[in-house]
Design a protein around this ligand. Structure first.
Ligand code: SF4
Length: 435
């Protein structure tokens, strides 16, 4: 392991598992997900899966690995960089038209990585109080077989003791907030580790550390404790799902659509998605509309029945994902040199930015000599203030009215959504509203 955080990363040496733990949510529900994705992978036409956010996650994991192995903390103002290389020969990395390497400043990754390092070390220290040193083992970025040969993965960090197993997952994403509770991805890893240790554990602790949870008033460290019986059951379900998936392949009718389709690499070619899109199109457009007609106009929602509106809302996420996947697939073809009738590929909009290869001081000096004051005093944000003075002081500021929370824009969600219904009487004063 390198002893400094100056490191180049090449993920090409990580093998690809068809039934990877990160796709557990998908293949447990949809037997077609893995066979269709594998077929695309074989033909080299998987849409680009390597966004800047994915690469930032990889860089965060590398920084965490370095500092866990060296038992150090990254300097918050370090100038070190982590460079991510694309995966040789993997079309999901190569054909996006993006640069094949990307450098991330380690200091930008520290807020994501430090809470994770703290969480792993805290659990390790706690276990060291209970057991002899030689009975507590920390594994960092270790491959684990779950259901060989096609289901395996690399765990971010794992602590093994004679009685307890800790499985950690570092999440660097800011979008989707993730919890450790019954988390299928972590349960898959944990089941693999339990099997490796002959199910010796009394308790299994699943940990997810995600900085962005803090933005939603949640502890960045989410912990869920389960038993080996829970994981044996999960392993059984995994094996059944893999067997079923291998049996049905990507045959028509095998796909089961739902929220899990969002990250499915096979969306653009999935027969189940296509038939859903067709049914939705039949609801939205006039029955006698020719779908191939480029000038078709959708129905006015006001003229649609409640059943039609419910159908569209129920499937909106899947449909948006399908359209995005079709666009990504066509972009992929065109970036590979194919022509696509009626379409061309252009550079997307981008905003001017200070040169990321220059230090802030260099940019400030250039502005200064151009006669411009480069810095202005600005109120700090609520998250920064809470970091400085703590939750208790923030509550006082809330009570005295310094902090207010304006109402969010109304949003239609399914009844199962965990937020309470909006108090519509505040908007429609004097009217009877039946919630
Ligand atoms: S897009 Fe959805 S339905 Fe189609 S294969 Fe993927 S997970 Fe299954």
């Amino acid at each position: 392991m390198p002893s400094s955080s100056e490191k180049d990363v090449n993920h090409g040496d990580r093998a690809h598992a068809p039934f990877s733990p990160s796709s557990t949510d998908r293949f447990l529900v949809c037997p077609a997900a893995v066979p269709l994705a594998e077929k695309l992978r074989e033909t080299g036409s998987i849409p680009c899966g390597s966004s800047k956010h994915t690469r930032r996650g990889e860089a965060g994991h590398e920084l965490a690995e370095i500092h866990l192995a060296a038992w150090t903390n990254p300097e918050p103002d370090t100038d070190k960089t982590i460079t991510i290389h694309t995966r040789d020969g993997d079309p999901s990395y190569d054909s996006s038209g993006m640069s094949t390497t990307q450098a991330f400043k380690a200091r930008d990754l520290v807020p994501y990585v430090q809470p994770y390092l703290d969480a792993v070390r805290e659990a390790y220290h706690d276990e060291m109080l209970m057991f002899d040193k030689e009975d507590v083992t920390l594994f960092v970025e270790e491959r684990i077989d779950i259901v060989p040969p096609d289901c395996y993965g690399t765990s971010d960090a794992v602590i093994v003791t004679p009685e307890t197993l800790h499985v950690f997952d570092l999440k660097c994403g800011d979008g989707k907030i993730v919890s450790a509770e019954w988390n299928k991805q972590l349960m898959s890893y944990a089941a693999g580790w339990c099997a490796k240790y002959d199910w010796q554990f009394c308790e299994v602790h699943l940990h997810i550390v995600q900085r962005a949870r803090g933005d939603h008033d949640l502890d960045p460290h989410s912990i869920f404790i389960c038993s080996t019986d829970d994981l044996k059951e999960h392993m059984k379900v995994l094996k059944e799902a893999i067997k079923k998936s291998q049996k049905v392949g990507g045959s028509d009718g095998a796909g089961i659509t739902g929220d899990h389709c969002h990250w499915c690499p096979a969306q653009s070619v999935c027969p189940a998605q296509q038939s859903l899109a067709l049914r939705a199109a039949q609801q939205i457009f006039e029955d006698d509309t020719d779908i191939a007609d480029a000038t078709l106009e959708p129905k006015d929602p006001v003229a649609m029945s409640d059943a039609q509106l419910q159908f569209i809302l129920r499937n909106a996420k899947v449909l948006r994902g399908f359209v995005d996947a079709v666009e990504a697939h066509v972009a992929e073809k065109m970036m590979n040199g194919e022509d696509f009738a009626g379409y061309k590929i252009i550079e997307g909009r981008s905003s001017r930015t200070w040169n990321p290869n220059m230090e802030d001081d260099e940019v400030a000096a250039a502005l200064d000599s151009a006669g411009c004051d480069p810095y202005k005093e600005k109120l700090i944000g609520i998250t920064e203030a809470e970091k400085q003075i703590g939750k208790a002081e923030m509550q006082i500021l809330e009570i005295d009215g310094t902090i207010v929370k304006p109402s969010g824009a109304p949003k239609v969600v399914p009844l199962s959504h965990k937020s309470p219904p909006m108090d519509r009487t505040l908007v429609f004063k004097g009217e009877d509203i039946d919630d």
